[in-house]
Design a protein around this ligand. Structure first.
Ligand code: FES
Length: 157
């Protein structure tokens, strides 16, 4: 099963590479396309790009680590950010984070085994008056209480 999955993944990678055939300086765009296709850039895919485009792997890793929009680790389909900046902390953000971790059965920085959710802790999202704040896929949820966590996450399950 995993093997078939990997084969399909590589076919898709080859299609994306083909789409840029003959064009110069396409590496960043190509990596962004891979990122948006798989939600991260797997190591095997970097090896494939390196082989097909004759670009050293070290150079590809440098680019992929430099851009925040690219991830070298698996990322879930839904990204949950829990703000633990000072204003959110004093309004109970640590309890919100605990509840999210409990609900998803992962720790901050982790991804659920089904690749549905990744959980990140952030420091101030610039909307302190709304605190505590949880952002899911860019959607802001403000004045959160621990009791609201299940409902919010339920919308993405
Ligand atoms: S501290 Fe959470 S939004 Fe500013």
């Amino acid at each position: 099963m995993v093997e078939i999955d990997m084969k399909m993944k590589m076919q898709r990678v080859d299609e994306i590479i083909e789409g840029y055939k003959g064009e110069e300086g396409v590496l960043i765009q190509l990596l962004l396309d891979i990122q948006s296709e798989f939600n991260w850039i797997p190591h095997g895919v970097i090896a494939r790009i390196s082989e097909r485009l004759r670009i050293p792997k070290s150079h590809i890793y440098r680019i992929a680590s430099f851009y925040k929009a690219m991830s070298l680790n698996p990322v879930g389909r839904h990204i949950i950010q829990v703000c633990l900046g000072t204003a959110c902390q004093v309004r109970g953000a640590p309890k919100i984070l605990d509840r999210v971790e409990e609900n998803l059965k992962i720790k901050e920085g982790g991804t659920t085994p089904d690749m549905r959710f990744s959980l990140k802790r952030v420091n101030c999202l610039g909307c302190c008056a709304m605190g505590p704040v949880v952002v899911v896929d860019g959607n802001y949820h403000g004045k959160i209480t621990p009791a609201m966590v299940e409902d919010i996450l339920g919308k993405y399950k």
